[in-house]
Design a protein around this ligand. Sequence first.
Ligand SMILES: Nc1ncnc2c1ncn2[C@@H]1O[C@H](COP(=O)(O)OP(=O)(O)O)[C@@H](O)[C@H]1O
Ligand SMILES: [Mg+2]
Length: 337
Amino acid sequence: MPEAILEVKNLKVHFPTVDGIVKAVDDVSFTLSRGETLGVVGESGSGKSVGFLTIMGLINRRSAHVEGEIIFKGRNLLEVSDEEMRKIRGDQMGMVFQDPMTSLHPMYKVGDQIVEGVRAHRDVDKKEGMELAIEMLRRVGIPKPDQRARQYPHEYSGGMRQRAMIAMALALNPDVLIADEPTTALDVTVQAQILELIDRLKHEFDAAVVIVTHDLGVVAEHCTKIQVMYAGKIIEKGNRRDIYYEARHPYTWGLLQSISRLEAAQDQRLRPIQGLPPSLINVPSGCPFHPRCPHRFDRCPHEYPGLQPPHSDHQDACLLPFDTKKKIFHDEVAVRA
Ligand SMILES: Nc1ncnc2c1ncn2[C@@H]1O[C@H](COP(=O)(O)OP(=O)(O)O)[C@@H](O)[C@H]1O
Ligand SMILES: [Mg+2]
């Protein structure tokens, strides 16, 4: 077994609001090891970002009720001080976002920003910092990095800004890189390049990577394992093969059927999942997906099985009998070009 760097146990993140409690993350557990790329997939509003912001210590604990454990290299991050968390963040865990401008300040040169990030954690002078910044820009594939380091973010294209943000996140050689919808704002070709880059850097830096996305198509090639989120819960998890070729949960089937695959035949209709994700204040009883599920039966509004079978690498939280799921998947879902 590879060494687990991050182990999340029964994480809950609930926001009390005037309208009720938003159960953004509801009993989520998973592990992450070096060399792994974990794909976290689910429609918008399923709790993906809140979960990883909590892991990064970026959720205000005064406005959220957080429960469970986040064990990072043997320590529970929910118990370390803010000061300690600031040291870990950026240094040992890096995060990149959909919008690079959440990390890049528009008024400062890109190189200087990377230098500042490095100097906040390491005792290096400005010159050494700049050498590292230029080296990082080169490693993320930015041409003429010494010139580019002296430019402002607005002088970069969208894809280059994303690369610069990755350079900044990796400059301190973190153990974990969390990429939250890193390519959603980019066109398809640039998306593929950025994901390739993350893949390559994962090996170079011997890190673990998390890619958060609403598009199961995006993570198809790049993830070693995948967890599918719905209404703040993981409703299926498995390795890449399990999810693409043996998915067991009707929500995962819906996501697979709505993948906008490039290679799909022109006449192949995209089948988005019917209905909308639930409000996380009024999550449906039983299985939260039952109101939208084409395969629901009488038990679904009353029972939630949790992830089954226990202690398995491939688990799902659907009440349908195993053989039924297998049959439906092969008859209705796996019929892809
Ligand atoms: N500070 C907050 N207060 C109340 N609700 C929040 C807060 N932050 C996020 N949420 C809610 O948590 C839910 C999950 O959000 P998020 O994790 O951003 O979803 P995703 O990243 O999967 O699109 C959403 O319903 C969102 O409105
Ligand atoms: Mg999000």
